[in-house]
Design a protein around this ligand. Structure first.
Ligand code: ZN
Length: 240
């Protein structure tokens, strides 16, 4: 069994298209899990929702998905997220908003838990940035692996500490449990502008953070052309 896990697409159609093309090449893939924040920041929220609906087996609700349907007060967001949320909400019809509204905060499947933010209280939108944040969460679930997004920082955390994910597939250990942040498809923030997604391979018991180049130039130009803040395009170039 293999599972592709994607998260934090944020309306970046160029990144999502490149990501899905890469996933299509994976042999024996069982399903694609999406961890939310389909929209917000990028220029193509509608197209990204359609692609997730047509390609992911399920999707979790992210805080930006909640904001565009009015379930989160956008005045709790910084000015970039707020202005992007207001613009995104104007692009979506009732159909797309109903779809986002119906997304669950978490899904348990096989021995996995899928959430957007953190396993304890997914609707509180707590961030997992580092091992100390992950350590506090292991008592909040009992599945083998909890997959998260939200911080846009890829990381593989076990009950024994953080593992190095930068050198290809990481061998997992079935005697410990994991919180795995798959990073962001549409707005990476770890200083590497390439899109990020995750691949779990059950047969080999490995997890790989996959990084891929995509057409950042077009994604950035579209953001600027639509009237979204220029910074939202520029940050894609820096991966910050
Ligand atoms: Zn996000």
């Amino acid at each position: 069994m293999k599972i592709a896990v994607i998260s934090d697409i944020h309306g970046n159609l160029e990144a999502l298209t490149a990501c899905l093309e890469s996933i299509k090449e994976i042999e024996n893939l069982d399903y694609i899990a999406a961890l939310g924040d389909i929209v917000g920041y990028g220029a193509d929220p509608l197209e990204c929702i359609k692609l997730v609906q047509n390609n992911a087996d399920f999707c979790i609700k992210g805080n930006h998905d909640s904001a565009v349907i009015g379930a989160i007060d956008v005045y709790t967001f910084n000015m970039y997220a707020r202005s992007a949320s207001i613009w995104t909400a104007e692009q979506l019809s009732k159909n797309e908003k109903d779809y986002l509204n119906a997304l669950p905060y978490s899904i348990e499947k096989d021995e996995f838990l899928f959430v957007h933010s953190s396993p304890g209280n997914p609707e509180k939108w707590k961030y997992i940035f580092r091992a100390a944040d992950a350590d506090k969460e292991f008592d909040n679930f009992d599945n083998y692996i909890c997959f998260v997004g939200h911080s846009h920082l890829p990381g593989i955390y076990s009950t024994k500490g953080k593992l190095d994910h930068k050198k290809g597939p990481v061998k997992l250990d079935t005697s410990v449990r994991y919180i795995i942040n798959v990073g962001s498809v549409g707005q990476p923030r770890d200083g590497d502008p390439r899109l990020s997604y995750g691949l779990f391979d059950q047969e080999n018991n490995t997890f790989e953070i996959i990084r891929l180049k995509y057409d950042i130039k077009t994604a950035r130009e579209k953001i600027i052309k639509t009237g979204l803040m220029e910074y939202l395009g520029d940050r894609l170039l820096a991966g910050r």
